[in-house]
Design a protein around this ligand. Sequence first.
Ligand SMILES: [Mg+2]
Length: 174
Amino acid sequence: MKFSPVPAYSFGAVSDISAAFLREIGVTFLMLDLDNTLAPYGADAPEERVVRWADSVRAGGVRLFIVSNSRRPGRAERLAGMMRIGYIKNARKPSPAGIFAALRESGSAPDRAAFAGDQVYTDTLAANRAGVTSILVRPIRLSNAFLAARYGLEAPFRAMARPAQTRGDRRIRR
Ligand SMILES: [Mg+2]
C-alpha cells in the first residue's frame, strides 16, 4: 500500500479531464469526489458544465462513480441521481475502503481505474493507497478561511503532480 500524498496528475477542474486523456492512460473507470469537485459545498446540484462533462466522458467509454465522504442525508444520492451515476457515501477517505468497494461494485481492475478529487489529504491519499491513478483537481470554491489555509498546505504536493491538460487531441506537458 503506497502512502503518498503526491497525485499522479493535476487538472484545473474535473471538467478538464477528457475521455481522450483517460483512454491515453488506460483508464476506463473514473471515481469522483463530490464536495468541491463536482459541486460546491452546500450546492443542491452539480454545475451545468459538470453534468455536460459527465455525459461526454461516458460517451467516450469511461464509467463514472462517486466516492464521497459526505454524511449529509440524501446529498450524495441526489447529486449522483442527477448525474445518473452510482455512489458510495460516508467513504471515510483517506481510507481506501470506499474505493475498494466501488471497484468491487463495478468489476473494474485498479490498474484501469482513477480517482479524481480536490483534496490531497483525503482524495489523493485514498487513491494512492488503493493503487488507482490519483488525479487532483482545484477546489471549485475556497469559500472560507479554513479551506483556503488547507489549500495552501497542499501546494507542495500539487506542484509535484504532472500537469496533464488536453486541448483537442494534444496533451500538453510542462
Ligand atoms: Mg472534496
